[in-house]
Design a protein around this ligand. Structure first.
Ligand code: GAL
Length: 978
């Protein structure tokens, strides 16, 4: 069968050569707005006259441009990660291929112009006044068509046919919503005769503080340039300009200059920054001579209501939010973003890894062998690959924020990728090339990997992985001499710390490695934002939708919700954790009576910051990059919090915004709670046993009242509503817990014994048909006012070992043998979600107050963002609304808590969680809107909980943060408050 035009492997036809986005004074017409729209659920390949200027479209619908038609009631969104939404039958697409026909009229003076589309998903055929201009593919890439010959004075009619799927779909298998349409701006740009078609500004920063500017201009006649801030006035643009002193551009100090280029018919303004990207002999990535650390995120474009249509306000918000959370870098996964986003990165300061619109991950799953038929290695697709990289680089080449080009994501290996790299090396040698799947580093300049463990990264830092240790080698022969080349390149985390649901864990471990090893230069958390689509169910309840919510036959569920930001852009606890871990200033306890302050900026000193603490300001010298100092602090009874805040407003945050903080513990250590010496005997009263203020059920030994407060408990709790990370088959423990029935424990009271100094209750907890469980001894005593329960609990029966995929890589290889063995043992030891006590309280107990870590949730491998203090919250406020409900809200290191008239003191400190639904309900819910409060409060006081890890995609909980099946001893003192 012959190809239909949208199935041709070529990049399309009729497009003008790609060029930069230029701010020109030539007239332009914004063609966004309401267009006439006709939807067809099938693939139409013959125009039926709609392209004609006289066609009557009065019966058509109206659709905004830019938009995705699936978010306006035509077809439905679908979420897929790796699988293709079409049969893998390249370059063909099925007949079930939605078609959107668009039409609009506009007035023009007839002067020459180009028609520019910033993004159309996935293939567009364009007619103006009935004349075909061409076809474009490459959804997130611009396409220009020269319309000069066809434009008329007065009314013009533009018709565009858009196909949901095309040959381009095979190159756009990115893990995101599959949604279509004209989703970025459409403009008509006048092209004056003798105008300026394109400019490439090369602005280098030199080691001696000087700068050099060279302009590559594409224009028919002579061009003059002015650079007002550097005293250049109407000079010929062909000249190379050198300056003795310039202010360099960096993400920390994003200083921009402007060049104004002019011909008699056009003036163009280009902003630029002086900066030089280099890789040293030792394999360290530097900018302007300084080693940088990328503290970044992977960003998909996302608006919960509009999909990949992002307004300038939302783009600004993203950049501001990143800056406020100390993020200094962004990888534009996995396509060039809307161009305005890059202007904002230049202006506000972010290091950018700019990625081409390319992914063929679905070929990884083709059979009989993965990657068979992958376009990346097929010469027929070469032109399409080159077209994509050219449109990427040409559009964005003038942004100082872009320091690395990335060929794409997960497109296997092959000659077309190599050709892309070669083209970039030729066209723009000033920026290194990245591509994670060039495992042998044949054509890239930086070495990127995904989701390695901290232990594996340590090995990379120490000199490199050995042959055979490369992750998922894609090409036969891994381990050849190219390893050596790769091991002398800067290493970046192309993706790490998969932020799905509750997590990621171990951010601190990952980022610490960037302090230890010069060539470990940080990277990008996967990912910036949960891409949950704002949706309303049949009952009118709002929720954020994920895969499967639109009836997709094939989908990847909530893997689309794996960001640091919730869909509405409120920061998740993972974001706050990252913000803390990547602070540009480290503030930590120093020698007694001192705080240690360390400057982690690469370029800035600390003069833009003000240091304060609870008692006033702290004088901190103007430390240069990398310098540190100890500063005396007042001796306090309590914890002292020192913070570094902006002394003046910046473009991204107001004055006073806190950039970093740290705490110094009290001079005198805190004391553990204790009962006074008086001891009392337990006595019987009807069906109850009484001990001081406490009342117990006589048969089960359950506490049922304290003074006039009602409560019910404790029950041993070992399970939690599995997090997305817990649910991972290879890395998570949810399967192990489920198989042992830890979510459905039954309890048998073994004995209830009273004595002169209290009460002892023994309970065995285990699930139906389970051969393992826990035996707990609760020893109660009282001083008359307060009761103490001292718990000893221990595993009984057979708890089998677990196995996991990452074994050796979970543990640092250079640890002393004993330590290493112990960690490996812990890694495969059976684990628990928690060892704790569950209590039930009346629903009125809705206010919580505590002294401990807060204000947010914390887990053993995600607890940097919390500080020790006195906090208050309602039970509802303690919940973290992960898009798919799961365990959340644990408050760590709690010394005491008060809830519903009860005071609970822990010995030692404990973890606290409270909610209005059971953990089983929490686990069963698909969306927040499924959670229905019960008329009671479930309160957990946990002696220990397991970390969260990043197991959903990546390493599970590191051995040191796992909670082993083991015995535990701990105590709580309970009393009624006034
Ligand atoms: C990576 C991929 C991302 C995303 C992530 C899992 O392999 O590059 O696009 O799919 O896994 O969420």
């Amino acid at each position: 069968m012959s190809h239909r035009y949208f199935e041709d492997v070529s990049p399309g036809y009729g497009k003008a050569a790609p060029r930069a986005v230029l701010a020109s004074d030539a007239p332009r017409l914004d063609l966004n707005g309401d267009w006439s729209f006709r939807f067809s659920p099938i693939g139409l390949d013959e125009p039926d006259g709609f392209e004609s200027p006289d066609f009557d479209d009065a019966q058509w619908d109206r659709l905004p441009v830019p938009s995705h038609w699936q978010l306006h009631g035509y077809g439905k969104p679908a979420y897929l990660n790796i699988p293709y939404p079409i049969p893998v039958d390249p370059p063909f697409v099925p007949d079930e291929n939605q078609t959107g026909d668009y039409r609009r009229e506009f007035d023009w003076d007839g002067s020459p112009a180009v028609l520019r589309f910033e993004g159309v998903d996935s293939c567009a055929r364009v007619w103006l006044n009935g004349v075909e201009l061409g076809v474009t593919r490459g959804s997130r890439l611009p396409a220009e068509f020269d319309a000069s010959e066809v434009l008329v004075k007065g009314r013009n009619v533009l018709a565009v046919r858009v196909h949901q799927y095309s040959s381009g779909t095979y190159l756009e298998d990115q893990d995101t919503w599959r949604i279509s349409g004209i989703f970025r701006d459409v403009t008509l740009l006048a092209r004056p005769a003798d105008g300026i078609r394109d400019v490439f500004v090369h602005a280098d920063y030199q080691a001696d503080g000087g700068g050099r500017v060279r302009l590559e201009v594409d224009a028919d006649g002579p061009v003059e340039v002015s650079i007002p801030l550097l005293g250049v006035e109407a000079a010929p643009a062909t000249q190379t300009f050198t300056f003795e002193r310039v202010r360099p551009w960096s993400a920390e100090d994003p200083f921009l200059y402007e060049a104004v280029l002019s011909t008699p018919s056009e003036r163009v303004r280009v902003r630029f920054g002086f900066r030089t990207v280099e890789i040293t002999e030792a394999g360290v990535l530097t900018v302007n001579g300084q080693r940088i650390v990328l503290r970044g995120v992977n960003r998909h474009e996302f608006d919960p209501d509009r999909g990949r249509v992002v307004s300038p306000e939302l783009m600004r918000r993203d950049v501001e939010l990143m800056k406020r959370h100390n993020v200094n870098a962004v990888r534009t996964s996995h396509y060039p973003p809307h161009p305005t986003f890059l202007d904002l990165c230049d202006e506000l300061g972010l290091w950018v890894v700019l990625e081409c619109d390319l992914e063929t991950h679905g070929f990884d799953q083709t059979r009989p062998e993965p990657w068979i038929g992958n376009p990346s290695g097929d010469p027929r697709w070469r032109a399409a690959y080159l077209d994509r990289v050219q449109r990427t680089v040409e559009r964005d080449k003038n942004h100082p924020s872009i320091i690395i080009w990335s060929l794409g994501n997960e497109a296997g290996d092959g000659q077309n990728l190599e050709a892309m790299a070669e083209w970039i090396h030729e066209r723009d040698p000033s920026r290194p090339v990245h591509y994670e799947a060039d495992r042998l580093a044949r054509y890239v300049d930086v070495y990127g990997e995904m989701y390695r463990t901290p232990a594996a990264v340590r090995r990379i830092g120490q000199g490199g992985l050995l042959p055979g240790e490369i992750f998922y080698p894609l090409t036969a022969g891994a381990g050849d001499p190219a390893d050596d080349r790769r091991n002398r390149m800067p290493f970046i985390y192309t993706e790490f710390a998969h932020a799905m649901g509750n997590g990621p864990g171990a951010l601190a471990e990952y980022m610490r490695l960037t302090d230890e090893f010069p060539r470990v230069q940080g990277g990008f958390v996967w990912e910036w934002i949960d891409q949950g689509l704002h949706t309303t169910d049949a009952q009118g309840r709002e929720f954020f939708a994920y895969g499967g919510d639109f009836g997709e036959e094939l989908h990847d569920a909530n893997y689309i919700c794996d960001g640091l930001m919730f869909p509405d852009r409120t920061p998740s606890p993972g974001m706050l954790e990252y913000q803390k871990v990547i602070e540009p200033v480290v503030i930590e306890p120093g020698s007694p009576g001192h705080v240690m302050i360390r400057n982690r900026y690469a370029f800035l000193d600390l003069s833009h910051l003000r240091f304060t603490h609870d008692q006033g300001e702290l004088q901190v010298p103007r430390l240069g990059p990398g310098e540190s100092v100890e500063v005396p602090v007042p001796a306090l009874d309590g914890w002292l919090t020192v913070q570094a805040e902006l002394a003046e407003a910046t473009a991204w945050a107001p004055e006073g915004h806190v950039v970093a903080w740290g705490q110094v513990p009290p001079a005198v250590p805190e004391r553990s709670p204790a009962l006074s010496e008086v001891r009392q005997a337990a006595r019987r009263s009807g069906d109850h046993l009484l001990l001081g203020p406490a009342r117990f059920d006589r048969r089960t030994g359950t506490l049922v009242g304290l003074g006039d407060r009602q409560l019910h408990g404790p029950r041993l709790a070992l399970w939690r509503a599995p997090t997305d990370n817990d649910r991972s088959t290879g890395q998570g423990d949810a399967g192990y817990w489920k198989a042992r029935g830890l979510d459905r424990l039954l309890h048998r009271t073994v004995s209830v014994e009273t004595s002169d100094d209290g009460l002892t209750v023994v309970v065995r907890s285990s699930a139906a048909n389970a051969g393992c469980g826990y035996l707990s001894t609760y020893r109660w005593d009282t001083d008359g006012q307060r009761v103490r329960v001292s718990v000893h609990t221990e595993p009984v029966g057979y708890w089998p070992e677990r196995t996991s995929a990452f074994d050796e890589e979970m543990v640092d290889s250079d640890l002393p043998d004993e330590e290493r063995k112990e960690l490996l043992r812990r890694h495969s030891a059976p684990s628990l979600a928690r060892i704790g006590l569950l209590w039930q309280l009346p629903e009125e107990a809705s206010q919580v107050e505590w002294f401990g870590a807060g204000p947010g949730e914390a887990y053993p491998d995600s607890r940097q963002a919390v500080r020790i203090g006195h906090f208050r919250a309602t039970v509802d406020e303690l919940q973290t609304p992960y898009v798919r409900p799961q365990d959340n809200g644990t408050r760590a290191d709690v010394r005491w808590a008060e809830i519903g008239g009860l005071r609970i003191e822990g010995d030692p400190v404990f973890n606290l969680a409270a909610r209005r639904w059971s953990d089983r309900q929490l686990a069963a819910a698909r969306h927040q809107s499924d959670l229905v409060p019960e008329p009671l409060i479930y309160l957990y006081t946990d002696h220990a909980v397991q970390g969260v890890g990043s197991g959903a995609v990546g390493p599970g909980v590191l051995p040191q943060h796992r909670l082993e099946v083991r015995a535990a001893d701990f105590a709580f003192i309970l009393s009624a408050t006034d």
